[in-house]
Every structure is written in structure tokens, then in C-alpha cells.
Design a protein around this ligand. Structure first.
Ligand SMILES: Cc1ncc(C[n+]2csc(CCOP(=O)(O)OP(=O)(O)O)c2C)c(N)n1
Length: 330
């Protein structure tokens, strides 16, 4: 038996899937421009590109409300965009301009956007586990029903604070999800050389609900994240989501000779067979939900949008020297 709500639910799902495709492409095009800015020596410092990992930020953030919290990492542009930040203000931040999210004083690794619940990227590996858990604790105390997500790379598994936080979260049944993005390499070291045992079992040993997903499959990330977020919101406790993925570029934009720690064949395989955007696009076409030309248009539109955002940032003014000690707390 069909009901009147079924067509609406189906169309909402399609809308969600097309939005997820677009959002993944937006991150990819944003990051392509970051690489370009670095290569043209227009950006001070370095950046850590998220290309290849887009399905995780998008799948997880689509399972959240705008008012929910996230904390992010040094590889944080994707999380920030997926939670709803504006690309022009992000580029401005990367270029040290006053229009940036942190008035140009944070740069690539420290963008925060409270309006979208983004409590900030963090250059310290695992540096935001306490912040995300604290945000979940505040949500519990305030009774505002918000959920908190802590994104981190598998390198953070070597930091003791993660285990202190998971212990606390489980004891207090806090609404927090720890999302581990295992892109195989902690800087230039394969994770298997510095990570013993079963990763998800570390979380289950504290009693957290744990799940492992293919981080290149946005639907799998979204569906699992949604289940974990919903149960956290019901006060059923914290969770750990392990997403297996791959970064296409180097550890940072300057890491261009990667053959001493990973092979070209490995990179080629992930890029050609496991690409989250290409594969999701193929699926949308197979399901007759989009045609290839429409998806190509999405790419062109977003490329133009990101270039425009870069132009805004390049033209934007720097903060004046007499603002140097404003908004500085340490
Ligand atoms: C506490 C701390 N130790 C070391 C570093 C230097 N460092 C920066 S990024 C990084 C590797 C992080 O790897 P991972 O957590 O797997 O994230 P990925 O870069 O793969 O996204 C390291 C060791 C740091 N920033 N903070």
C-alpha cells in the first residue's frame, strides 16, 4: 500500500543525494583552488588538502542539524564547507585577509564558524577531542538536544587524550560521535607501522557503539552517521565511526614527491577505481536521478564559483597593523 507521504519522502531523498553530490564537488573545487593559490605563491604557509576524502565530511555533516557542533583538524576545509561555511570567507582567511572567518589571524588550520556550529579546526593532532566532548557535555547540561562530532585522522589514535575523552563520554552517555578518517598515512608513515590491534575495538572496549564504513561511499557514510547521530540525540550514548579513505595529494601541498612512502600504482588505483565523486555520480546516472551532462554542469558551475570566491579574497584588504592584538587571548 502506498501513502500520500511516500512520493514526498522519495523526492526529499533525491534532493539529499543531489545535494551531497554537489557538496562533495564543491569541496573538491575549493581544494583545487587552494592548491593553485599555493602553487602561484599567493597563499602564506601550507595547507593540507582533503581531496579524496570528501564523502566523509559530506556524509557526516548531512546527518547533522545546523546547530549541532563539529570540531575539525589541520585537514579541515572539507568539514568547514560541509557544515555550511562560505567559500569566499574561507579563502579570505587562508590569505590572511580581514574578511576571513578569524579576521585573517587563523589561516588554513584554525578556521572556526560558530554560526554553523563549527567550533574550529585544530593544528594539534587530537587537539579537539576535549573540545568536542566538552561541547557534548554542555549540550547535555543545557538540554538543547545538540550532538557533537569530533573529526580526526588515524594519527590521533596515538594520543592518550582521545581515550580519556571516550571514557568520559561513555560514563556520562554524552551525545558525541568520534569520526576517525583513516587515510592510511600519518604524515609519511603507513598507519600499520604505528597503530596496533583493531582500531574500532579500542572504542568498543570503553562501551561505545562502533561502526566501520567505506569512506569513499557517501551513502554508506551518511546512513551510518545518521543512525549514530540519532541514537546520540536520544541519549543512547556516544559512538565511534571509522571511515576508511585515502588522500590524493601529499600530507600538505608541498609534499609532491611521495614515492618514498607510497607507490604511484596505489595512488592511481584509489583515484581511478575508488573515487567518491565519480562513483556516486555513476550511481546517480544508473538510477536515472541525474544525467552525465547535468553532473558535468555542477562541476563547471562550482569551479567558476570557487574562482570568484578566490578573486574576492585576493582583492580583500588585510587587517590593519593596529588590530594585531585584538581577538588574541593568549
Ligand atoms: C600533537 C602533535 N604531534 C605532531 C604534530 C605534527 N603533525 C601534524 S599533522 C600530523 C599527522 C596527522 O596524521 P593524521 O592524524 O592521520 O591526519 P591526516 O594528516 O592523515 O589527515 C602530524 C604528526 C602535531 N601537529 N600535533
Amino acid at each position: 500500500m502506498t501513502t500520500a507521504t511516500q512520493p514526498r519522502e522519495a523526492s526529499e531523498k533525491v534532493e539529499l543525494w543531489l545535494r551531497m553530490y554537489r557538496q562533495m564537488m564543491a569541496i573538491r573545487q575549493f581544494e583545487a583552488q587552494v592548491n593553485e593559490l599555493y602553487t602561484r605563491a599567493l597563499m602564506p604557509g601550507l595547507a593540507h588538502l582533503y581531496i579524496g576524502e570528501e564523502a566523509i565530511a559530506v556524509g557526516v555533516c548531512e546527518a547533522l542539524e545546523r546547530t549541532d557542533y563539529i570540531t575539525s583538524t589541520h585537514r579541515g576545509h572539507g568539514h568547514c564547507l560541509a557544515k555550511g561555511a562560505f567559500p569566499d570567507r574561507m579563502f579570505a582567511e587562508l590569505l590572511g585577509k580581514k574578511a576571513g572567518y578569524c579576521k585573517g589571524k587563523g589561516g588554513s588550520m584554525h578556521i572556526a564558524d560558530p554560526a554553523t556550529g563549527n567550533l574550529g579546526a585544530n593544528a594539534i593532532v587530537c587537539g579537539s577531542a576535549g573540545i568536542a566532548t566538552g561541547a557534548a557535555f554542555s549540550a547535555r547540561c543545557l538540554g538543547n538536544n545538540r550532538v557533537s562530532v569530533c573529526f580526526f585522522g588515524e594519527g590521533a589514535l596515538g594520543q592518550g587524550v582521545l581515550y580519556e575523552e571516550m571514557n568520559l563520554a561513555q560514563l556520562f552517555k554524552l551525545p558525541v560521535i568520534y569520526v576517525c578518517e583513516n587515510n592510511l598515512y600519518t604524515e609519511y608513515t603507513h598507519y600499520s607501522e604505528c597503530t596496533a590491534g583493531d582500531i574500532a575495538a579500542r572504542a568498543t572496549s570503553f562501551g561505545l557503539e562502533a561502526a566501520t564504513v567505506d569512506g569513499q561511499d557517501v551513502l554508506s557514510v551518511y546512513n551510518t552517521a545518521k543512525r549514530l547521530v540519532d541514537r546520540a540525540r536520544r541519549a543512547d550514548g556516544p559512538a565511534f565511526l571509522l571511515c576508511n579513505t585515502y588522500r590524493y595529494h601529499g600530507h600538505h601541498v608541498g609534499d609532491i614527491n611521495r614515492e618514498y612512502y607510497r607507490s604511484k600504482q596505489e595512488e592511481h588505483l584509489w583515484k581511478t577505481e575508488r573515487d567518491p565523486i565519480v562513483n556516486f555520480g555513476k550511481w546517480l546516472v544508473e538510477q536515472n536521478l541525474a544525467d552525465a551532462a547535468a553532473l558535468a554542469r555542477v562541476e563547471t558551475e562550482l569551479e567558476a564559483e570557487m574562482k570568484k570566491a578566490v578573486e574576492f579574497a585576493i582583492a580583500a584588504p588585510y587587517p590593519s597593523a593596529d588590530e594585531v592584538d585584538e581577538d588574541v587571548y593568549a
